[in-house]
Write a protein that binds this ligand. Structure first.
Ligand code: HEM
Length: 472
């Protein structure tokens, strides 16, 4: 007769816990798998399948990671030649300035990737609800980028006043000081090493993150780590990621979220004179914001505050390096720097495209759009619409209507940080080229692997030529 072995109580509890943990891990992995399938695997399969049938859309949405916006210009023209609204197998796609503005400002179109199933009973809706993660993600509700009125209006009101043109003007002197300090550092390094300096890691990335950290009350010492996490998290805007990249991206978001929870808890105990402390206090005031809402607003404003402007400054350096005649114009007429920032945003925008879903049957550009249709609005293509911009592929810092670009989107979701980005772009570029009049990009420029966010990850430059150049 086999011996009946009864494990001691402690061991049983341990086994239970281990089983519980294993089940917990299995469930987490299953949910992660469903999130990947819904956000990346299935859309990728659909896009690739319709690309095989000649659909041009795949070339754009799955364009080679790290490709330059200029590589896509011929594709924009192919879409343009086919009319104002291209009907792809996966979604519709707009490259026309007027049509994109119409979609972005229409109440018939909302943010979000999946066909809105308001009852929440469809298979996709149920799978999305089951697998939803509690971790902050820029394109998941309750992020500003993924909510609509009335919630969106309520959230946005809480943060708008800090980013108005007037409020941003007050940050100008401090921004100039931060830029000057960074330039001092790199000048010292360039003079000592006589080597090229990578302007993205030493300048373009550090300027916006330092400014937004000060506005929000995030310790500046964390900026290098935050930039690292931002790199991983930026991939969350892309579609069709492979499983490994997706997991790495979620790991970055998770670490960011853990830090954010801890930081907000700290501010609840030790409030400062900054925007995040004010948001935390608001939550403590009553039933105004849930923890998740607070993290969504704080996380997005912080991440959007540094993940995009780095590319405006980097893309601007490259354009000005490649077009010395435009730099000459700016030297002679420095009042044009602000317009130059808009012309850079127009020609080489940090955000390639965004998208909207029809929440009811609608009509756009004379075409009937059934409820649930996704329209990808290609901001970078609208910026080269010849109906709006004369000689659209030419970089012209004197262009009178450069500001009509759609790089900050439009309508309810118009970029909250547009004034701040413009000010940082203008100042950041002007101060750099004033300090190093002989700046020259050397060696290989490298681009970020992201598709939606466009910019350089490395821009090696020779700054001092002749080397003994110094400034007062
Ligand atoms: C050159 C730099 C920037 C570019 C090109 C840019 C671009 C954009 C775009 C295209 C959108 C709208 C996306 C959509 O319609 O779906 C957006 C939204 C947003 N941006 Fe920016 N952005 C920049 C800088 C900033 C900065 C510095 C901040 C910091 C406050 C910021 C905060 C936001 C926020 C919070 C939203 C969400 C607004 C909403 O949905 O209501 N952005 N940005």
């Amino acid at each position: 007769m086999p011996l009946k072995i009864t494990p001691p109580v402690g061991a049983r509890t341990l086994a239970g816990r281990t089983l519980g943990r294993t089940l917990g891990t299995a469930e987490r992995t299953a949910k992660q798998g469903v999130r990947w399938a819904l956000g990346h695997g299935l859309p990728r399969t659909a896009i690739v399948r319709s690309a095989r049938k000649g659909d041009l859309q795949g070339d754009l949405i799955l364009s080679g990671p790290g490709s330059h916006t200029f590589d896509l210009v011929d594709l924009f023209e192919e879409f343009r030649a086919r009319g104002p609204l291209y009907q792809g197998g996966f979604s519709h796609l707009a490259v026309d300035h007027e049509v994109i503005k119409e979609v972005l400002t229409s109440n018939d179109f909302v943010t979000g990737f999946f066909a809105p199933d308001e009852s929440g009973t469809g298979l996709l809706a149920r799978a999305a609800t089951w697998s939803a993660s509690d971790v902050f993600a820029p394109l998941q509700p309750p992020s500003l980028l993924a909510t609509e009125p009335p919630e969106h209006t309520r959230y946005r009101k809480l943060v708008t006043r800090v980013f108005t043109v007037r409020a941003v003007e007050k940050l100008r002197d401090r921004t100039a000081q931060i830029a000057a300090d960074l330039l001092d550092d790199i000048e010292e390094e360039a003079a000592a090493s006589r080597m090229s300096v990578d302007l993205v890691t030493r300048y373009c990335g550090l300027l916006p993150i330092t400014v937004i950290s000060e506005v929000l009350g995030v310790p500046v010492e964390l900026r290098e780590r935050m930039l690292e996490l931002g790199k991983g998290a930026a991939l969350s805007l892309d579609i069709g990621l492979d499983w490994r990249t997706f997991r790495e991206m979620e790991a970055s978001l998770e670490e960011f979220d853990t830090w954010l929870r801890g930081h907000l808890a700290y501010l609840a105990e030790h409030p400062g004179d900054d925007l995040l402390s004010q948001l935390v206090a608001l939550r403590d005031d009553g039933d105004r914001l849930s923890d998740k809402e607070l993290r969504a607003i704080a996380g997005l404003v912080f991440a959007a505050g540094f993940e995009t402007t780095v590319n405006l400054i980097g893309n601007g350096i490259a354009l000005l390096n490649d077009n010395p005649d435009q730099l000459e114009i700016l030297r002679a007429r420095p009042e044009l720097w602000s317009n130059a920032a808009d012309e850079i945003l127009r020609l080489d925008p940090p955000v390639l495209l965004t998208g909207r879903v029809a929440r009811r049957n609608s009509t756009i550009a004379g075409q009937e759009i059934p409820r649930g249709t996704i329209i990808n609005t290609v901001l970078a293509a609208a910026n080269r619409d010849p109906k709006v911009f004369a000689d659209p592929h030419t970089f012209d810092v004197t262009r009178e209507n450069a500001r009509e670009h759609l790089s900050f989107s439009g309508g309810r979701h118009f970029c909250l940080g547009a004034a701040l980005a413009r000010m940082e772009g203008e100042l950041g570029l002007r101060l750099l080229f004033e300090r190093f009049p002989d700046l020259e990009l050397v060696g290989d420029r490298e681009r970020h692997p992201t598709r939606i966010l466009r910019g350089y990850s490395h821009l090696p430059a020779r700054l001092l030529w002749p080397l003994e150049t110094s400034h007062p």
